[in-house]
Design a protein around this ligand. Structure first.
Ligand SMILES: [Zn+2]
Length: 58
């Protein structure tokens, strides 16, 4: 899982902070799979975003 999801999962970053980071990550990430992951999160609403992040923790 990516560092941002890990930080949110551990409670060291809020969803709101994550969203701010995502805006930048989507613009600066060149790695295709990671960019796809960031875009998926960026387009999701808060509930869906948490769902995706919790699903990663397996
Ligand atoms: Zn992630």
């Amino acid at each position: 899982m990516c560092i941002m999801c890990l930080e949110i999962l551990k409670g060291r970053m809020t969803i709101l902070e994550g969203r701010k980071a995502l805006t930048e990550l989507v613009e600066t990430t060149e790695e295709r799979d990671l960019l796809k992951h960031y875009k998926e999160l960026d387009e999701a609403d808060d509930e869906k975003m948490l769902e995706i992040i919790n699903r990663l923790d397996t």
